[in-house]
Unconditional design. Sequence first.
Length: 69
Amino acid sequence: MNFILARKYSPKAQKSVERAMHKYKRGKLVSGRTGRKAKSPRQAIAIGLSEARRKGAKVPFPSKKRKRR
């Protein structure tokens, strides 16, 4: 069987995503430029990872495949 394991990021990045999910669950998480509320947990994770990237945490860049939707 093939299992897809969750990605493991640096502790600093994990903290950032944890904080973003906490805000998302309470309806307080907003996206950067537009200021609109995040609508899905996937968006919350993306926001948390991008914030961690800006702070200098060790986070791989988003894959190019995912962007083309």
